[in-house]
Write a protein that binds this ligand. Sequence first.
Ligand code: GLN
Length: 318
Amino acid sequence: MADTSGSVPAIAGGVAALVAEAAARLDATGSGSPRLDAELLLGHVLGVDRIGVIAHPEAPVGAGARAQFAAEVARREAGEPVAYIRGFREFHGLAIATDPRALIPRPETELLVDAALAEVTARLAAPSRPAGAPAIRVADVGTGSGAIAIALLAALRARRMAEHVVVVAADVSADALQLARENAVGHGLADRLVFVEADLLPPVVDPRFAVVCANLPYVATAQLDGLARDLSFEPRTALDGGPDGLDLVRRLLDRLPDALTPDGVALLEIGADQGDAIVEAAAHQLPGWRCSVQADLAGLPRLARVGPRPGAAAGDRR
Ligand code: GLN
């Protein structure tokens, strides 16, 4: 955007006026974040970030950009998420391409990435790890857009550790996997990722994973219809977790004894009301294993850590 500080007079219909008008419309049509939406969309149209929009309230906007902005605001008024209109969402400091092939990455899932990063780096730094040891294997189950796998690898690359790690990104949806591949290529990480079309995990996991990450669908079916209109634009299969939301999570728990290394850990995103239920499910399905729940920044239960107790033989169960 041109620098309009100084002598350029305010023009009716400039950036600030467009944002104000769009925000009022989006507020009236049910967006929970009308001003933010308007700023993001205008930035998208003008090819600047949100700061650029806020910093240049007086900047004039040409007719072509106005028309495109009006069209994008109309899509948002109909409930389409901003991330689908812009075609990407910021996640863990990266722009992740988003479209209706997969769930839009949520900020709370960054907690899972940070936890996975800590697990992987601790293993790489362990004094017991011999030089030349095979790469640490990580699974991202239900990878969707690939956000978790890619954010983890990007963070490892920044620490010059990515070459010691392989991430297997699995999804039951071929469409989602294609989007994840596009994101991996876009971030230059395709060589560290293996994409697998599978219901949770492949039937046989060999070698096993040191870390299994999963943000599976965990919304209870009955709750889905009552949720925000925007969710109806996202694939239902990425959200619907069955009657109590934990159908897929429980199926994954059943796979862990054959999928995790003896010192392995599964990091599972859960809903804010599922902290007790996941601990119960793990105690029932994986007796003798540990399961703890970590809260997110809002103080809500969000991340379950499940794994064999140190010293127990992997594969021990019931
Ligand atoms: N946190 C998401 C939501 O409530 C749900 C994501 C999921 O089911 N994995 O919109």
